[in-house]
Design a protein around this ligand. Structure first.
Ligand SMILES: Cc1cc2nc3c(=O)[nH]c(=O)nc-3n(C[C@H](O)[C@H](O)[C@H](O)COP(=O)(O)OP(=O)(O)OC[C@H]3O[C@@H](n4cnc5c(N)ncnc54)[C@H](O)[C@@H]3O)c2cc1C
Ligand code: FES
Length: 241
């Protein structure tokens, strides 16, 4: 599962948001992630990044250069080698996503939702929320007829929080990734409207393969490891934790 992979592209999208493509041949489910490390040991633990897109023999990541690890990754060049461990995690269960699906992303939480939207095809209506600057929304428009943009400051699209614009009664299920406060609201709203929801959680990770228990969360069914049992959890598992 560990591969040394050549970087095909690593480019700044906007501000501290980057897109990296690396060689990878293998099946990947939407919502899965990789643990990524540079080969120079400039940081010890690999960092988890979600699969943003899969194209012929390449996997693409959309990431925010945040701290030591992701900033180092952002300096890597085309032709450099990276260590990839994955694909990891459960990913979204596509058999459960039937009917009309609202796909909701907040900030860099949009990363795993592009490949999901592509796989869902026309079933997906997409809601993307950003604080101010907006990125990669045109890529979602390639796969969905409805992509609603919401910014907190109103500089692009609608103004406010993305969760204010979802008419839950129009959907059979909601899928979301983004800040925990947004996910908690979506889980609660879905429960109140009696519709299914599936959210992708983030936790700090050390091993990424279910061994260290560092990413454990409490759910209604007991403790679960985000890396192995998730990162995708159903609303029923999480409501009212
Ligand atoms: C399953 C999964 C998928 C992810 N997918 C993506 C993705 O596609 N794109 C992306 O940009 N990011 C993603 N992340 C988050 C990303 O892994 C972290 O931003 C990254 O590990 C931070 O590493 P760093 O070395 O840049 O920061 P560090 O130097 O390790 O930390 C910088 C600061 O960020 C805080 N921090 C770091 N990680 C987290 C975290 N997970 N939650 C809360 N605070 C944290 C630290 O406490 C510290 O204050 C994902 C996380 C998980 C668990
Ligand atoms: S990161 Fe080690 S168990 Fe999840």
């Amino acid at each position: 599962m560990i591969t040394i992979s050549r970087i095909a592209e690593n480019k700044r999208v906007i501000k501290n948001i980057f897109r990296l493509s690396a060689e990878f041949a293998g099946n990947i489910r939407p919502g899965q992630f990789f643990m990524i490390k540079t080969l120079d040991n400039s940081f010890l633990l690999p960092r988890p990044l979600s699969v943003n897109q899969v194209t012929d023999n390449k996997v693409t990541f959309l990431y925010r250069a945040e701290g030591i690890g992701t900033t180092k990754i952002s300096t890597m060049k085309m032709g450099d080698d990276l260590q990839l461990l994955g694909p990891l995690g459960n990913g979204f269960d596509m058999d459960k996503l039937r009917g009309r699906i609202a796909v909701v992303g907040g900030g860099i939480g949009i990363a795993p939702l592009l490949y999901l939207t592509e796989c869902l095809g026309k079933k997906a209506e997409v809601f993307l929320g950003f604080k101010d600057c907006v990125y990669t929304v045109d890529e979602f428009e390639n796969y969905s007829d409805r992509v609603l943009i919401v910014t907190e400051d109103g500089s692009s699209g609608e103004k406010g929080y993305v969760t204010d614009y979802i008419d839950y009664r129009s959907y059979d299920a909601v899928v979301a990734c983004g800040p925990e406060i947004m996910l908690n609201k979506i889980v609660k709203d879905c429960k109140e409207n009696n519709i299914k929801c599936y959210v992708s959680l983030e936790r700090r990770m050390a091993c990424g393969i279910g061994v260290c228990l560092g990413c454990t969360v409490m759910t209604n069914y007991g403790s679960r490891r985000v890396c192995k049992d998730g990162p995708v959890f159903s609303g029923e598992e999480l409501f009212g934790r």
